[in-house]
Design a protein around this ligand. Structure first.
Ligand code: MLT
Length: 237
C-alpha cells in the first residue's frame, strides 16, 4: 500500500497496480463507465484535456474534473460522481482532470496492469486480483494533500479483505491492518468519512451527498482498467 506521492513511475513499472481515490476520482470513473461512458482519459491538466480532446467530435466528448475540489473553468462537469448519469455520459469519451486521482493513474502508466478501485466496485476488483494472482500487487492510494487518507485505506481494506479470505498467504501485515480497519468501521463509514479532511471539505462545498454515494459498496460491479499509454505533445503554457 502506497500513496502516489511516495512512488515513481519507474517503481511501478511492470507491476500490478490498483489505483484508489475513493473521494472522488476513481468513484467518478467507475460511475461514468458503469453508466455507459465509452472510455476515460485521465489527464493531469485542463490544457492537456483540451489539447487531447480537440481532435474528437465535440458531440462525443466530455471534459470533467476539479481543482481544489471545485469544477474547473473550461470543464463542463465537475468531479461529483452523481453528475455522471447515463443521460449525460452514455457513449461519450471523458477527459478527466483531478488533483490526485488522475495524477495517480498517470503515475501508474508503466505498470503491467492498472485497475481502478473504489468502494463502488471493490469486490469485483478483488475477484479479478484473486483470479490473476499477481505476486507484485501495489495498492496505490491517491491520498489527500500528500498524506494517506482514511477513505482510501478503507477501500484498500475492503479489497484486501476479499483477497485475504481467498489467499491468506499473499497478504502482508499492512494489508491485514487495512482490512481490520475496514471491518471495524464497515457499518459506520458515513460518520467516519465525515471526519476526514476530504469528507469535511466536500460537506463544506455543498457536495456532502457525494460521501454517501461513494460509500455504496459494490453498487457497480464493473472492472475498469487503464489500457492506453498516453503519448502527446503539449503546447507551451
Ligand atoms: C482528487 O483527485 O484529488 C479528488 O478526486 C478530488 C475531489 O474531487 O474530491
Amino acid at each position: 500500500i502506497a500513496t502516489h506521492q511516495h512512488v515513481t513511475p519507474d517503481e511501478l513499472e511492470g507491476r500490478y497496480v490498483v489505483v484508489i481515490d475513493t473521494l472522488r476520482a476513481t468513484s467518478t470513473i467507475v460511475t461514468a463507465l458503469a453508466n455507459g461512458c465509452k472510455q476515460v482519459f485521465p489527464v493531469t491538466s485542463v490544457n492537456e484535456a483540451q489539447v487531447l480532446s480537440s481532435s474528437w467530435d465535440p458531440d462525443k466528448v466530455l471534459l470533467g474534473g476539479e481543482g481544489q475540489g471545485r469544477p474547473l473553468p473550461g470543464v463542463f462537469l465537475g468531479n461529483s460522481p452523481r453528475a455522471y448519469t447515463t443521460d449525460v455520459v452514455a457513449g461519450k469519451t471523458l477527459f478527466l482532470v483531478t488533483t490526485n486521482g488522475t495524477v495517480a493513474l498517470h503515475k501508474a502508466r508503466k505498470a503491467a496492469q492498472v485497475l481502478v478501485g473504489s468502494l463502488l466496485n471493490g469486490e469485483t476488483v478483488a475477484n479479478r486480483i484473486i483470479r490473476d494472482d499477481p505476486d507484485d500487487l501495489v495498492i496505490l492510494c491517491a491520498g489527500t494533500q500528500g498524506q494517506f487518507s482514511l477513505e482510501d485505506i478503507i477501500t484498500a481494506g475492503k479489497i484486501l479483505g476479499h483477497i485475504w479470505e481467498n489467499r491468506p498467504a499473499v497478504v502482508n501485515e499492512l494489508a491485514i491492518a487495512a482490512f481490520q480497519l475496514f471491518q471495524f468501521n464497515q457499518h459506520q463509514l458515513a460518520p467516519l468519512m465525515a471526519q476526514t479532511v476530504h469528507g469535511r471539505r466536500l460537506v463544506e462545498m455543498g457536495d456532502g451527498a457525494d460521501l454517501a454515494f461513494c460509500l455504496q459498496e459494490d453498487r457497480f460491479p464493473v472492472l475498469a482498467y487503464q489500457a492506453v499509454a498516453r503519448v502527446c505533445l503539449l503546447p507551451p503554457e
